[in-house]
Design a protein around this ligand. Structure first.
Ligand SMILES: C[S@@+](CC[C@H](N)C(=O)[O-])C[C@H]1O[C@@H](n2cnc3c(N)ncnc32)[C@H](O)[C@@H]1O
Length: 402
């Protein structure tokens, strides 16, 4: 029988509730995630992910974004195929585990904690978006597809692997009942809590299934939408494209962000530094920046002991307002949240996808740092003749660290 779990269903019923529940459950299972995936898929999961990456036809330098990256399986596969990858997940522990794994095999991957409902990334920055079991977990599937479409370049591709939802009611009952039973046993064995994996059948129950997802992708503007069933139809890999440039009509969100011109202040900058110049020109094109200032940094060449150009950027991000219905004391109310449209980490990820910039040499939540050796004069000379350019980006309102 298809078992129903009313408290869990209630927890997943609202976008807010589902976000909170998802974050909590994945933070709990993060350290056992790889093991549980092998057990639940009978070791087949990696094979399906490899197939997804093969379908992506990655070429050298493909800019890829892996959403809900978890411990980094797909991000690593995509990077191994030659892509420059940004991986993003809601749960910090998942990202930490992915970082640990990447530490063992250095690859062109940058990892971020973030919500795929509100990507801290620039419009049209990626050739490819991948996600494994991401779409089923978001609180608003249509909204998440819109975000994916926003960050894809015209003609860019989305590839998504997830559970299917058997169309036949009897089959569905048996399948979901089976998952509930196995999930409960594993939840008890691994976490002492049989409910830990009950969200899997519950989210499948609420999911539109492979055909429904394909329909929604078309509705949200994807073209060439198709899906391939795997594991005898229990799983599906969806693929779709954004329209090519000639057929792109700018969406209202993009227009709104371009509406206010970016404030740019270069009065405290000497104009020195090739990389600083490239960075300034690139940042001018980012519609999520409201304010941009570049200055010469206080460090002088004499102090540094070799030829140094140092500049600092201060950026202020545009803000976004979200409204959604909620309840207080049983009465309907409109909740409102104003957040920055991106973060420094998001900016770093977006810049990583720009050929002339690439990933920062160092980053933390308060600063991005780029170090460039501009040239050596003459070539046989030692460090005293290197021209080094050091550029740091801070978010406005944060104190720079000297
Ligand atoms: C089932 S795991 C899949 C992990 C990985 N993609 C894989 O295939 O192994 C689902 C992941 O989605 C993440 N997730 C859930 N909701 C998310 C959201 N709104 N934004 C980003 N990640 C999310 C969870 O933290 C979790 O790591």
């Amino acid at each position: 029988m298809e078992s129903v779990d009313p408290p869990l269903r209630a927890a997943l019923a609202t976008p807010d509730g589902k976000s909170r529940y998802t974050r909590r459950v994945f933070a709990t299972i993060a350290d056992r995630y790889d093991l549980i995936t092998v057990l639940l898929s009978y070791g087949q999961d990696r094979r399906w992910k490899r197939r997804l990456v093969a379908m992506a036809r990655i070429g050298p330098g493909t800019r890829a974004l892996d959403l809900a990256c978890g411990t980094g399986d797909i991000a690593c596969e995509a990077a191994a195929a030659g892509a420059r990858v940004v991986g993003l997940d809601l749960v910090a522990r998942m990202v930490e585990l992915a970082k640990q794994r990447l530490g063992r095999t250095p690859r062109d991957v940058m990892l971020l904690v973030g919500d795929m409902m509100r990507l801290p990334l620039a419009d049209r920055a990626f050739d490819l978006v991948t996600t494994g079991y991401g779409l089923r977990n978001v609180p608003d599937l249509a909204g998440s597809l819109d975000e994916i479409r926003r960050v894809l370049k015209p003609g860019g591709r989305l590839l998504a692997l997830d559970f299917n939802r058997p169309g036949n009611a009897v089959l569905r009952s048996i399948y979901l009942g089976y998952l509930t039973m196995v999930g409960s046993a594993l939840g008890f064995a691994l976490h002492g809590d049989p409910d830990t994996y009950r969200y899997i059948p519950e989210t499948i129950r609420m999911y539109p299934g492979a055909a429904g997802v394909a329909r929604l992708m078309r509705e949200r503007g994807f073209v060439e939408v198709e899906y391939m069933l795997v594991a005898g139809g229990l799983m599906a890999i969806h693929s779709g494209r954004t329209r090519h440039l000639s057929s792109v009509v700018p969406g209202p969100r993009t227009e709104a962000r371009y509406a206010a011109p970016m404030e740019i202040d270069t009065s405290l900058w000497s104009g020195e530094g090739d990389f600083t110049r490239v960075l300034l020109e690139t940042l001018k094109g980012f519609d999520r920046i409201a304010f941009l200032r570049v200055e010469d940094a206080p460090a002088s060449r004499a102090e540094a002991g070799y030829n140094l150009i140092a500049s600092e950027f201060y950026v202020g991000f545009t803000t976004e307002e979200r409204r959604w219905p909620g309840r207080r004391f049983g009465f309907p109310i409109a909740r409102r949240e104003v957040t920055g449209s991106t973060t420094l980490a998001g900016l770093g990820a977006a810049l990583s996808a720009v050929e002339a910039i690439g990933p920062p040499d160092y980053s933390d939540e308060g600063m991005l740092q780029y170090l460039r050796t501009e040239h050596v004069v003459p070539p046989y000379q030692t460090r005293g003749y290197k021209l080094v350019e050091l550029v740091r980006i801070y978010e406005i309102g944060r104190e720079p660290r000297r």
